[in-house]
Structures are given as structure tokens and as C-alpha cells.
Design a protein around this ligand. Structure first.
Ligand code: DHB
Ligand code: MG
Length: 226
């Protein structure tokens, strides 16, 4: 049976399309990455309006160094790199070697200036973040978009990586509803549910952060670290 959209869904779809067409335009490179994700059954990049919003945060907060946890095919890293100043850097960490290779294929198509801002790291995020800490590397923003059972671990490491006055941004913090529903949505584990609830509780701590969550489809948490 054909699904009949509610007025709200219709309205939401139309307003999103309108906003995307006017403000969050993908070039062919970004379109190609999104398509390759779709073909490979990984339709899980951030949305263009999220990319544009984070570009705005990068510019208004004068962010120079970003650490990204979860490169996937490089879609978000490209949005971010394009908003960084020419001497900006984004360290992007990916566990799956296949994903890193695909991302590199797209990064190589960027202009030299943008490409030079991106530092790819292939490995386990926890140990790679610890390596960055041991090299005394700090950042102005961390973007967490990786395994949904490890966000609290990444947040603890962020404490040592993100400067005061910096940002913590995290995707999927509504966990398909798993953080507020009293049952487990499909494909969400109890471990991920407990983890994300703790992550959000910690991030809502007013003494440490000025924070909120955007009601995007999957939830996008944004915190300013005091
Ligand atoms: C999944 C991962 C994501 O980062 C996302 O934005 C949506 C879904 C997933 O693993 O299912
Ligand atoms: Mg995500």
C-alpha cells in the first residue's frame, strides 16, 4: 500500500528540499560520494544541511584544527575542510581500510589547498586519539560520527583534546529514538543505548558545556566547552 504522508511530513520534505537547493548545495564531488555510499548500502553520511551548519560553526568560531572520528567516504571531512582557513587542518580517523581508500580517492580530486588540510588516519579511534594526545595535539572542534557504543569513550578523550572555547559536535545522538524510547529500535543494541544516554547526559552538564541537540532525523549534538 502506498504510504500517505502526513501534512507535517510533506511540509518537512518540501522545506528541506527548499533549504538544500538554496543554501546547502552539493557539488558533483559531494554528490558522487553520497551516491557511492548509496550504491554500497551505506546511506549514512551527514546531510548537506548538517554540513553547511557545521561550516558556519567552523567559520564563526574561527576553528583551525578539527579531529573527526569516522571518515566513512570523506563526505563530512570535505564539507569541513572547505570551511577551514588555508592553514587549517582536519585529522580524520577511520577504522575500515576500505572506507579510507575510497575517501582518499575523493580527497585526491580536491584542489591542492583543500586537500592539504586533510590528514587521514587509518586505525582504531580510541588508540589513535590517544596517540594524538601523546603528541600534544589539541583541536578547536571534534566531530564524532562513528561506532555508536563508544561515544562516551570519545567524549572522555575529547576532554584532553578539545581546547576550552572549542566545540564538540556529534551525529546520531538520538540513536534512531533509542535514547528516549523505552524499547530498543531495530539494529540498536542495549550497549549503544546506555552509552548514548550517558553521552547525552554528560554533554548536558551546564558546568562543563553550553550545549544542545538539533532535532535532525538522527540528532546532532553541539557543545561549547567552557
Ligand atoms: C548509521 C551510522 C551513522 O553515522 C548514521 O548517521 C546513520 C546510521 C548506522 O551505522 O546505521
Ligand atoms: Mg552519522
Amino acid at each position: 500500500m502506498r504510504k500517505i504522508n502526513t501534512f507535517f511530513e510533506e511540509n518537512e520534505n518540501s522545506s528541506l528540499s527548499y533549504i538544500r537547493e538554496l543554501f546547502a548545495i552539493e557539488d558533483n564531488l559531494l554528490k558522487d560520494i553520497r551516491n557511492e555510499c548509496l550504491i554500497d548500502s551505506k546511506p549514512i553520511t551527514i546531510n548537506p544541511e548538517d554540513g553547511k551548519l557545521i561550516q558556519l560553526l567552523i567559520k564563526t568560531s574561527k576553528i583551525k584544527t578539527i579531529i573527526e572520528v569516522g571518515t566513512l567516504y570523506g563526505y563530512s571531512a570535505i564539507w569541513f575542510a572547505r570551511a577551514l582557513p588555508s592553514d587549517g587542518k582536519i585529522y580524520t580517523i577511520e577504522k575500515e581500510e576500505y572506507n579510507s581508500k575510497i575517501a582518499k580517492k575523493y580527497f585526491d580530486k580536491l584542489d591542492e589547498e583543500t586537500k592539504n588540510k586533510i590528514i587521514q588516519i587509518n586505525g582504531n579511534a580510541e588508540s589513535e586519539l590517544e596517540k594524538l594526545i601523546s603528541k600534544n595535539i589539541t583541536c578547536d572542534m571534534i566531530f564524532i560520527d562513528a561506532d555508536k557504543s563508544s561515544y562516551i569513550k570519545y567524549l572522555k578523550l575529547s576532554d584532553r583534546l578539545v581546547k576550552h572555547g572549542g566545540l564538540i559536535v556529534a551525529d546520531n545522538t538520538l540513536l534512531s529514538g533509542g535514547v528516549y524510547l523505552n524499547y530498543l529500535p531495530e539494529r540498536i543494541t542495549v550497549t549503544a543505548q546506555n552509552n548514548m544516554r550517558e553521552f547525552n547526559r554528560e554533554l548536558s552538564n551546564k558546568d562543563k558545556y553550553c550545549s544542545t541537540m538539533l532535532n535532525t532525523h538522527e540528532g546532532l549534538a553541539i557543545a561549547y566547552k567552557h
